[in-house]
Ligand binder design. Sequence first.
Ligand code: NG6
Ligand code: CA
Length: 508
Amino acid sequence: MSTLSRRGFLQSAAAAVAAQAQPRKPEKPNIVLIYADDVGYGDLSCYGATSVKTPNLDKIAGGGLRLTDAHCTSATCTPSRYSLMTGEYAWRRKGTGVLPGDAAALITPDRTTLPSVLKKAGYATGCVGKWHLGLGDGNVDWNQQIRPGPNDLGFDYSFIIPATGDRVPCVFVENGRVFNLDPADPITTSYKEPFPGEPVAREHPELLKMRASHGHDQALINGVGRIGYMKGGKSALWVDEDIAFTLTGKATRFIDGHRTEPFFLYFATHDIHVPRLPNSRFVGKTKMGPRGDAIAELDWSVGEIINALERNGLTRNTLLMFSSDNGPVVDDGYQDQAAEKLGTHKPAGQYRGGKYSSFDGGTRVPWMVRWPGHVEVDSTSDAPLSQVDLLASLAALTGQTLPGEAAPDSFNQLTALLGQSKTGRPYVIEHAGTLAITQQGWKYIAPGKGQKVDRFTNTELGNDPDPQLYNLREDPGEKNNLAAKEPERVRALAALLDRVKAEARSRP
Ligand code: NG6
Ligand code: CA
């Protein structure tokens, strides 16, 4: 028995003695979900990376479960987050692609959401970090209370990046109000036209500390070109190099402030999305340049969360999870030497493709789960799991029944999530340019239009006008298309996919 599993065994034995002494209370562990941005399956040392060390992330894995066939629902941010929050595949709805920073709220306040379910169960709910699910009614005024937003969808507290680090407005919003805004310097944004007198990145390359490799040539803020234009709000602008500190501080403060009641914290980091500008404390921590150093910064943030739980005596009673919103990308639009300095590092591990791709690298992401005494230490599971299942699984954990129309694609996979069952969901649907479905190790990618390799990011997208079929157990790298040899399997998987598409709900 390893030291870790022995400790786990002793802890469970102690818990069993305590359970005999007292009547069992309903289980309401605190729930912390650390949701990173663009972290690939191979980016953490606990998933095989050697060019970067992630001791804090490895601590979650060592103290719990490492899932090896876990997927976000889409190969980009907005649709994955939409599914996480609503338990519905984003591709069922129009307008769920990568959103601009001035987009209206995608999720309406009448919907059942992950935080609303936990709030109903008596949890204090907090959202810190990247949102990217739209805000307001489509005509957002950054100088007023902004609604709807996270606080209308079940979060008691929110401190967010409205969209992404590379999209305007480059300000935080706390409980619907721009953080540190000077009312005398109001904010206006536009995704169409520049504002006269405001610097534009494509006109002032000499002012840039990091140049774009594609796009990112509009508003010039903190020496970085962004997507979209903005004016005003000078006192509220974030400093990219401090984002991790600001967000981590808000997240740990939320934990400190709620130590005496059950809480749910959704901590959505900016790392390791572009622009990658880690704090000077992390610059040079790896040989991979800003992308590797951003992983080191992410690991520091995770360590701070672990410490906050520890110092409040909450480690044992907290279900702590880590995952990512889509697969990895190397060059995502800035000249940050991510490709040049990659060396032997494999961001998607043995899988093909990455962010934007229908190949497994697009959605197969790290997912670790730690809950001392409930999840076996230092364990792994290849149970197929999708982030769309989190809503129904946590509803089950907190003893709730979902209304019929809620979370239409979310399966209760609580036992798989805790490593108690290795079965997992019966099939997994992956969404990028086209849809793919995996069942018992066989993956079908529906015919897809468009380029095979993205000319900006150099990602293999998995698009092919012909159907593709891969045996992931023998060919995890999706190199050998068996569709022509196995027409029956292609037909069966395509039919299953069509059925799920045709129904408005797939939840059993
Ligand atoms: C792309 C951006 C990319 C990133 C992505 C969204 C360009 C050229 N590329 O359009 O940098 O922002 O959108 O990423 O602008 S996500 O993780 O939020 O989905
Ligand atoms: Ca992302």
